[in-house]
Design a binder for this molecule. Structure first.
Ligand SMILES: Cc1cc2nc3c(=O)[nH]c(=O)nc-3n(C[C@H](O)[C@H](O)[C@H](O)COP(=O)(O)OP(=O)(O)OC[C@H]3O[C@@H](n4cnc5c(N)ncnc54)[C@H](O)[C@@H]3O)c2cc1C
Length: 391
């Protein structure tokens, strides 16, 4: 207990750790061997427990029925969620917080509150075949037509698209004062013109899919516009900051679990008459992992506290990138070492190190690749200087 966490954050940490250890981790191997799926009864139990524990929509304000957790509390919760493989912890949800501020009463009743209550499910569609890192290059358009917008385009890697019933969709406006700028829309999945193109297989074994969707002349009421025209990218930047911090937290959780599991194995596994834990080669791998985890955790908690304290959002943008970059690369190094410590067992899908070795790879890609995080950090350094960012 070396970090001075608030009492509230410590309580969340213990509560979620218990839930993860007792309810989720025991199901990892079954999920891995079944395309990420668990028996319906088990999944229903997880969702019920999540609701009872107050983890249904941790990012959303209490007055809307959300958990109302501080950013530090969300971070410690996400860290615990990160300890489990196969995304079984994703029953703990954190919908985009900005929706609570900008949704109209109609949007609140139709999408936001039902999502908070777990009655509806959203996915966030930004990326396209020709626009990933370079979000500005999206080609999906929203053309105003009377009291509707007409949407055309194609979205890739839509996480949760297999189970969602609506998109938060980012498109480029074609005319008006904000022509060329981005806007976000609620788009129901069953709207005429929305087509599932295909559901590709990915490296990890997650029940949640990442399908490709086409939008062909999809007519969306103007009342589905989120916030104001032209502000789409600003909202997405807020979402990116939040997601990057939560990825950093989950990576810390994964690394912590891997260190525990690899240490326990090293103490028990014997080679040449001794536990392998006695060999310096193994000790060095564990020591490096623990040291790097601590650095990543300190960084992650500190950024969360800075967000809670309302510090300068431009500085926070760079700090979220630093936390995501460092924690995701750290967790990948730790997973690689854990596989090595487990030896042949570390290459078996029933082994936690093997699963994390595959699963953590995407944390260096999604919500901005490591290269993009470095660009953001360097830009922040040039504009604001070292003192603003890290002193
Ligand atoms: C499993 C999964 C789930 C996802 N879920 C979602 C989702 O729910 N919603 C969504 O909208 N998107 C989602 N994504 C998309 C994800 O955010 C993008 O894949 C990511 O931002 C990278 O974009 P890209 O794949 O087009 O790669 P590209 O942008 O084509 O990049 C390819 C390579 O070029 C590098 N590169 C690009 N530009 C530069 C530069 N200026 N300098 C240096 N290097 C550069 C990149 O770092 C990368 O190494 C998901 C992706 C995956 C894999």
């Amino acid at each position: 207990m070396t970090y001075p966490l608030s009492k509230g954050a410590r309580a969340w940490q213990e509560k979620v750790r218990k839930f993860v250890d007792e309810e989720l981790i025991p199901w990892e191997v079954e999920a891995e061997m079944n395309g990420g799926l668990l028996p319906k009864k088990v999944r229903a139990r997880h969702h019920r427990l999540v609701r009872e524990l107050g983890l249904g929509a941790i990012s959303m304000p209490r007055e809307l029925g959300g958990g109302g957790l501080t950013m530090l509390e969300q971070t410690v919760v996400s860290e615990q969620v990160g300890r489990v493989t196969n995304a079984l912890g994703w029953c703990v949800r954190h919908p985009p917080r900005f929706l609570a501020d900008v949704a109209t009463p109609h949007q609140m009743e139709t999408w936001v509150r039902p999502v908070i209550e777990g009655r509806r499910h959203e996915c966030y569609a930004i990326t396209e075949a020709g626009a990933g890192s370079d979000v500005g290059a999206i080609a999906t358009t929203a053309a105003r037509d009377g009291d509707h917008y007409v949407i055309n385009g194609e979205k890739w890697h839509v996480t949760g698209g297999g189970a969602a019933d609506h998109f938060t969709l980012q498109a480029k406006l074609t005319e008006g004062a904000h022509a060329g700028a981005h806007a976000l829309f609620f788009v129901d999945l069953d709207s005429p013109g929305v087509k599932l193109v295909r559901t590709p297989a990915y490296t990890h074994t997650y029940a949640v899919q990442h399908p490709i969707f086409a939008f062909e002349n999809v007519r969306v009421p103007a009342a589905n516009l989120i916030g104001t025209e032209g502000d789409g990218m600003e909202y997405t930047r807020e979402w990116f900051r939040h997601e990057r911090l939560m990825i950093a937290a989950r990576c810390c959780g994964a690394a912590g679990r891997l260190i525990d599991e690899a240490t326990a194995f090293a103490k028990e596994r014997r080679a040449y008459g001794h536990p392998i834990a006695d060999y310096q080669a193994i000790q060095f791998m564990l020591a490096d992992s623990l040291t790097e985890l601590w650095a990543a955790r300190l960084m992650t908690y500190r950024v969360a506290e800075a967000i809670d304290a309302g510090e300068d959002v431009k500085v926070l943008h760079g700090q979220c990138s630093m936390a995501k970059l460092y924690a995701s690369e750290m967790a990948n190094r730790v997973a690689d070492r854990a596989v090595q410590i487990f030896g042949g067992r570390g290459y078996m899908r029933e082994n936690v190190a093997e699963r994390f070795y595959r699963e953590l790879r995407v944390d260096r890609i999604w919500e901005g690749t490591s290269e993009i995080q470095r660009l953001i950090i360097a830009r922040g350094l040039y504009k604001r200087g070292q003192r603003a960012l890290v002193e």
